[in-house]
Design a protein around this ligand. Structure first.
Ligand SMILES: *Cc1c(COP(=O)(O)O)cnc(C)c1O
Length: 346
């Protein structure tokens, strides 16, 4: 790996971050807060939230087995994705490499930040080759994006190939594990110390059932977390979100129950889908959604919309011609979808 300084934009490396009123006072028990120009009325929402989310990170740290200094929290994983571009990629000079197809936000953030986005096509089993990604990279490649289980294909990426990439790539590897809770494959979180160039993304939006609160996590070396923390908005995770997340962390057993139910339901749905006349292929999934190849994706998508059922049309995505992405819902929602598809006449 190159040094972190070599990988970081010089202006970001040199940046002295904004210091909030609450940054200056630390630790001491105080009862009179006249430092931040807040309104003394309308508690508890009158006070700025903890900019470093110390309590929340402490609790997450226990659950994930990762020290707080290795955790960055953001307004969804989408914030972390944007921040890695802003921290490491010089606009119009640096580039990133990513598997294709994958989650659309990596490319959108690349374009917003004017950073070249190099796509490397997956194979027919939706697997990637570390060598192919490395071939697409050059001296200006700062980041490589991987997503496992991948969206929209639903499959785990080969972990030995991920490991090979981490060992051979000189820059940073962003491994998006948004759907890891649904997969049997172990998270790379336990291996952060082994790979100083690894950034693991996870989120409260999927298994944790908290898409509305906007909370994403990035796990990486202390130095990488320090850089992201330095450039984030001071109060990027609001108080209501921090409180709700803490509450969810105390109910982790509920998440395990949801995940088990959703995986069972996914396996069942995949079986039923294989019997539907309009379905040509069901791709195996390790997530809470699956990809299906149908006879006519656009037509079936529009038919379902007419029935009040929304799925994701992925027809225009690489390797996903005539494919729909189906999120696993409640038993009742899934039945409604299956019944509608049984009624479909092509
Ligand atoms: C849904 C999803 C996310 C979650 O993004 P948030 O901003 O945390 O809601 C991240 N990565 C992938 C691949 C996703 O599909």
């Amino acid at each position: 790996m190159k040094t972190l300084q070599e990988l970081t934009r010089p202006n970001i490396w040199a940046l002295k971050p904004y210091s909030s009123a609450r940054d200056e006072y630390k630790g001491v028990e105080a009862s009179v807060f006249l430092d931040a120009n807040e309104n003394p009325y309308n508690g508890p929402h009158n006070r700025y939230p903890d900019p470093l989310q110390v309590e929340l990170k402490k609790n997450l740290s226990k659950l994930k087995g990762v020290a707080s200094e290795h955790i960055f929290l953001g307004n969804g994983s989408d914030e972390a994705i944007d921040l890695v571009f802003r921290a490491f990629c010089e606009p119009r000079q640096d580039n990133v490499v990513a598997i294709d197809p994958t989650y659309g936000m990596y490319q959108v953030c690349a374009e917003i930040n004017e950073v070249e986005y190099r796509k490397v096509l997956l194979d027919e089993h939706f697997q990637f080759s570390a060598d192919k990604l490395l071939e697409a990279a050059d001296a200006h490649t700062k980041l490589i994006f991987l997503c496992s289980p991948n969206n929209p294909t639903g499959n785990d990426l080969d972990s030995s190939e991920i490991e090979r990439l981490l060992r051979r790539f000189e820059g940073l590897v962003v491994l998006d594990e948004a759907y890891n809770d649904f997969s049997e494959q172990p998270s790379f979180l336990t291996r952060l110390n082994e790979f100083p160039n690894l950034i693991v993304l996870q989120t409260f939006s999927k298994a944790w059932g908290c898409a509305a609160i906007r909370l994403g996590m990035a796990f990486a070396s202390k130095d990488i977390v320090g850089l992201l923390t330095k450039i984030k908005y001071p109060y990027n995770v609001n108080q209501l979100t921090q409180q709700q997340a803490m509450e969810m962390l105390h109910r982790y057993y509920e998440i395990e129950r949801w995940v088990t139910m959703l995986k069972d339901e996914r396996n069942h749905l995949e079986k039923v889908f294989r019997t539907l006349p309009c379905v040509e292929q069901v791709f195996p999934s390790n997530a809470n959604f699956f990809l299906v190849k149908v006879t006519d994706a656009v037509h079936i998508y529009n038919y379902l919309v007419g029935e009040g059922i929304i799925v994701r049309n992925r027809h225009t995505v690489s390797l996903c011609g005539n494919c729909l992405r189906i999120t696993v819902g409640t038993k009742m929602e899934n039945e409604t979808l299956v019944n509608a598809l049984k009624q479909y006449i092509g």
